[in-house]
Ligand binder design. Structure first.
Ligand code: GTP
Ligand code: MG
Length: 552
């Protein structure tokens, strides 16, 4: 036996460490084995060429590896499925060998000596992009056979999804620092909807995702998780914008009290969501997206697939919440938009103002903008709409006008104006059965039977459309002739009653304060009176004492 306590301690420590590593590895390996396989193949497929998104995409061929890469290219063009199958056979470790040989994912991710995608500047020849990689075995989703540039990592789950699902993905633009708020959002949407569908989930970032972010988020989504980096051109100043002027405007008093008014990154974000998200190479694989942000809540089960609804009903833009925009952020957006949409060559491609939803955004046939917009942090839409030259022309026109940087144009009013002008009213849909909440606003279905069926936890009496003066949902329903839900009247009355009670409470509070103030004033008056009397008495006593002759 080990006599020395130090030796015993060391021995015990080693046994514990071995046990921990073994169990940790088995568990993690199971969860991340596909991730590790993908990552390994992915890294093998890196090459060092530059790729411009403005040109038709071609597999880039680096100088050093030109010959073997060309040979591979010839084989590829010959028979891609066979090649994929061959790669599967030759490269794919068997289940058991993958389990026994793959290191835990944290190690695998850390194995990257230097992130080849660090930064996104295409001008930097050191930057590398993944080129080609085989599809994971058995994948039945919508992914192409090519890893496009700017896909950092792809994590494919063992279960490859519901074959009946639409060609669609969840889409999230997010920062690494928002990991935990993002996990909350994923948990919400997965448990309320996606675990039954396993739609892919695309994460985009202007910086490379951290290993931690990738591991935690991919563990929580039920479908394939794809991590994309935004090309530098999509998150920087175009040559027709003066960054110094933009800085001066951001820092001016004009934007001091405006939400995100002095933020530079917020402006890049809004421009990206207006001009570029649909151009990200990963998005080429999809036709519909559902935008998801960190810190959101879904208050009811989503009982039917919204993507399917959209496909079957020719809906191209779906939303849940609407708001009015802060006028200070868009002083010239409407005028600039009209300059474009009133061009004869553009106007002739649009539906008439009787067919579109102009009446949702303007109360005077388009002379002015009423500030109503679809709150775009939730939106489900058809990417073909954005890929349309009319939309592209619109956002290019806006971009050259400079308002993304010289004002603070949000992607929500930009999407809204484009949708309202370019789509027929029937292509737009308000999802009243989806309960969605983000920061200040939330929706809740105004239908008791539905809420029971969908296991809702939201309070219909707090539904934004009937509680907030900033909501445009009721206006939308009126102009789009959308019927209200079954218990709309009931909750309108509940809200009206609550508001009346609240007003009454406020009135009583004001009254109570007024009474209290009166009371305090009366007490002050009485105290002053007492002081005055006391002083008077003292004065009289002093006078009396002065008049009385001294005793001796
Ligand atoms: N990668 C990246 N994502 C960003 C950046 N800024 C914002 N985002 C993301 O873009 C989305 C919108 O940003 P928010 O800050 O929520 O803006 P918002 O929704 O207008 O404002 P809130 O009402 O406060 O939520 C979120 O998903 C953010 O995670 C950024 O600089 N980099
Ligand atoms: Mg947000």
């Amino acid at each position: 036996m080990l006599r020395s306590p130090r030796l015993r301690f060391l021995m015990l420590g080693s046994v514990l460490a071995v046990l921990l590593i073994t169990f940790g590895t088995v568990d993690q390996t199971h969860r991340f084995k596909t991730s590790f396989r993908e990552l390994t193949k992915h890294l093998e497929a890196y090459n060092g060429s530059q790729v411009s998104l403005d040109q038709p995409w071609q597999a880039p061929v680096p100088e050093a590896a030109r010959e073997p890469a060309q040979e591979q290219g010839q084989q590829d063009s010959g028979d891609e499925p066979q090649e994929a199958a061959a790669l599967e056979e030759s490269e794919q470790p068997s289940e058991s060998s993958a389990e026994s040989t793959a290191p835990p994912p944290s190690e695998s991710l850390q194995e990257i000596p230097q992130n080849p995608l660090e930064g996104t500047n295409l001008d930097n020849p050191q930057k590398r992009n993944p080129d080609r990689a085989p599809l994971p075995p058995g994948y039945r989703g919508s992914m192409t056979h090519e890893y496009k540039p700017y896909e950092q990592v792809r994590v494919v789950k063992d279960k490859f999804g519901n074959p009946a699902k639409q060609n669609a993905t969840m889409l999230t633009l997010v920062r690494n620092e928002e990991l935990y708020d993002m996990l909350q959002s994923i948990q919400q949407l997965e448990s309320r909807f996606n675990r039954d569908y396993q739609y892919d989930w695309v994460f985009l970032n202007d910086k490379p995702f951290t290993d931690e972010f990738i591991q935690h988020t991919s563990a929580m989504v039920s479908g394939t998780a794809r991590y994309g980096i935004i090309p530098y051109e999509h998150w920087s100043y175009p040559e027709y914008i003066d960054p110094q002027k933009a800085k001066e405007i951001r820092e001016s008093r004009q934007y001091a009290n405006v939400a995100y008014g002095s933020s530079e990154s917020y402006r890049h974000m809004c421009r990206f969501n207006s001009l570029f998200f649909y151009k990200h190479p990963i998005m080429d694989d999809y036709q519909y997206y559902w935008r998801v942000e960190p810190s959101i809540e879904y208050g009811c089960d989503i009982l039917t697939d919204p993507f399917k609804y959209m496909v079957e009903n020719n809906v191209n833009y779906g939303f849940t919440l609407t708001l009015t925009e802060f006028p200070k952020t868009i002083p010239t957006l409407w005028k600039t938009s009209l300059d474009y949409f009133l061009r004869p060559e553009v106007a002739e491609q649009l539906p008439s103002d009787e067919e579109n939803l102009l009446s949702f955004i303007s109360g005077d046939s388009g002379r002015t903008y009423n500030l109503c917009h679809f709150w775009s942090n939730f939106e489900i839409a058809n990417l073909d709409f954005y890929r349309n030259p009319v939309y592209e022309g619109y956002v290019q026109h806006l971009d050259r006008a400079g308002g993304f940087f010289y004002e603070r144009w949000g992607d929500a009013p930009v999407h809204t104006i484009a949708v309202a002008k370019m789509m027929r009213a029937s292509e737009i849909h308000l999802f009243t059965e989806i309960s969605y909440k983000h920061t200040v606003a939330g929706s809740c279905p105004l239908d008791d039977a539905f809420r029971r069926q969908a296991r809702c936890t939201c309070d219909p009496g707090l539904d934004w459309s009937i509680t907030s003066g900033s909501s445009c949902n009721l206006h939308y329903m009126e102009v789009a002739h959308q019927p209200h839900m079954a218990d709309y009247e009931k909750y309108r009355n509940v809200v009206a009653e609550r508001q009346e009670q609240e007003q009454q409470r406020k009135k009583e509070e004001v009254e109570r304060r007024r009474e209290a103030a009166k009371q305090r004033a009366e007490e002050r008056r009485q105290r002053a009176e007492e002081r005055r009397r006391r002083k008077q008495k003292e004065r009289e006593e002093r006078l009396r004492a002065a008049k009385t002759p001294a005793a001796n």
